[in-house]
Design a protein around this ligand. Structure first.
Ligand code: ARG
Length: 465
């Protein structure tokens, strides 16, 4: 990147005798990161030039020269032949200065009826909108991976936990579908944010609009926006779209971190619920037996960066008066990093889920331990013996204590032992103590029964197409 501190800036040098100090340039320049907006900047400028010609604000010849020149600039940037200059501060001025070199005088007409304030707003909105689309596609792929897991083990039993203590048996399919629900909500948040941000800032100019007869609907249409934004002051000072993207990303990353944590626990030698593929495990340089879930651990941690970016941008925006302030230049690095982190996280999780092999035998063995069918037993006492639930809870508690003292599970108690606790218990009780029966009985809507899981899988397959 080149820098030239001697001369006054060519874009506003009229009232400046000298250029900025090196430190001023270092704090002011955004080209180091906003060069990422080059495609969006050039697309926005081409739409703006076409509109300026269509409304007679510039000539068709000048617009054609601008359009051809911008296409060339884009080509140079894409081929890595473009020399970005910190003295030119940002992507907008870098592109325009190069356009000037290529086409000469007509380049000076491009910035008519426009400011960098609406220019950066439109560039960044298009970029964030693209990222919403990418996140939506990434989430759909991830949901499909969970769905495949759910389908394979729709009726595999495993322990369901509350407080990470064995609670009641659930099905593997049900557990996988819980994440499908979460990621579907995330997808909905990106869709909602995308719809709300899809208004075009171009034409708000510096802050007050313009006296030129521009056609804002035309540029909005050309750039795929629903309509132009309605208030120029709001337009150049609004970064809600970026905040919404970050908020949706944070919630999504929180979901990723939760499954990542389950993977870390489940893949441990103590649980052995799952085996992660070689492709998503790492070894230890000293302990040959190790298979470390590094990717899952990193995903557990990544929310820190994304939430950090969210907090950072909120802090930048808080208390800013209308309209544009340079503070807002601090928006981009946060969003870029969060978006990159999210996309990598979604891809990594999709890979891990696709490759994951659940250990059905270990899941089933664990499901039956820890008195996981105690609730089924209490429910049986209510249903078959007519006990009030509180009494049934108490009787069951005594039976659990008895089993615990004997060092066995509930189904291992003899009928005689059970009848000592409650005389009316019959051997029909054993049917509800099995984990398969337990999950099969949970047919209430949203419950864990394999029949429900299969119905939900069918629904999600239809939704995802
Ligand atoms: N680089 C600036 C940013 O990212 C572009 C807008 C500059 N506007 C201005 N009035 N200096 O926010």
């Amino acid at each position: 990147m080149s820098s030239d501190n001697g001369a006054a800036n060519s874009m506003w040098g009229g009232r400046f005798a000298a250029g900025p100090s090196a430190i001023m340039e270092a704090i002011n320049a955004s080209i180091g990161f906003d060069q990422r907006l080059a495609p969006q900047d050039i697309t926005g400028s081409r739409a703006h030039a076409a509109m300026l010609a269509a409304t007679g604000i510039i000539s068709a010849e000048d617009a054609a020269a601008i359009d051809g020149g911008l296409a060339q600039v884009l080509g140079e940037i894409e081929n890595g032949r473009f020399e970005f200059s910190a003295a030119l501060e940002d992507i907008h001025m870098n592109v325009e200065a190069r356009l000037q070199q290529i086409i000469g005088a007509p380049a000076g007409r491009l910035h008519t009826a426009r400011s960098r304030n609406d220019q950066v707003a439109v560039d960044f909105r298009i970029w964030v909108r693209n990222q919403c689309d990418a996140a939506i596609a990434g989430l759909e792929a991830l949901m499909r991976a969970y769905l495949a897991q759910a389908e394979e083990g729709a009726d595999w039993v495993m322990p369901g936990f509350t407080h990470l203590q064995t609670a009641q048996p659930v099905t593997w399919g049900h557990h996988m579908l819980a994440y499908v629900e979460m990621f579907a909500r995330d997808k909905g948040r990106f869709e909602d944010a995308r719809a709300r941000m899809n208004e075009c800032p171009l034409g708000a100019a510096a802050l007050a609009g313009t006296s030129f007869p521009i056609d804002r609907q035309m540029t909005a249409d050309a750039l795929g926006f629903e309509r132009p934004t309605a208030n120029s002051l709001d337009t150049v000072s609004d970064r809600d779209f970026a905040l919404e993207f970050l908020a949706a990303s944070s919630i999504c990353a929180m979901h990723l971190s939760r499954f990542a944590e389950e993977l870390v626990i489940w893949s441990s030698a103590q649980f052995r619920f799952v085996r992660m593929s070689d492709q998503f495990s790492t070894g230890s340089s000293i302990m040959p037996q190790k298979r470390n879930p590094d990717a899952a651990e990193l995903l557990r941690a990544k929310l820190g960066r994304i939430l950090g970016a969210t907090v950072a941008l909120f802090t930048v925006m808080k208390g800013l008066p209308l309209a544009y302030s340079k503070d807002m230049q601090e928006d981009k690095e946060q969003v870029f990093d969060a978006a990159d982190t999210l996309m990598l996280g979604l891809a990594a999780m999709e890979g891990m889920v696709r490759d994951l092999s659940a250990n059905r035998a270990a899941l089933e063995a664990a499901a039956a331990s820890g008195f996981s069918t105690a609730t089924d037993l209490a429910d049986w006492l209510v249903r078959e013996l007519g006990l009030p639930f509180r009494e049934a809870h108490h009787v069951t508690g005594s039976l659990v204590k008895l089993a615990e003292d004997k060092g066995c599970d509930l189904p291992d108690l003899s009928l005689a032992e059970m009848q000592k606790v409650h005389g009316e218990i019959t051997d029909a009780v054993y049917s509800v103590l099995g984990v398969q029966n337990s999950v099969a009985s949970r047919i209430s809507y949203g419950g864990t029964a394999p029949a429900n899981v299969r119905a939900q899988i069918a629904r999600w397959k239809e939704v995802l197409g």
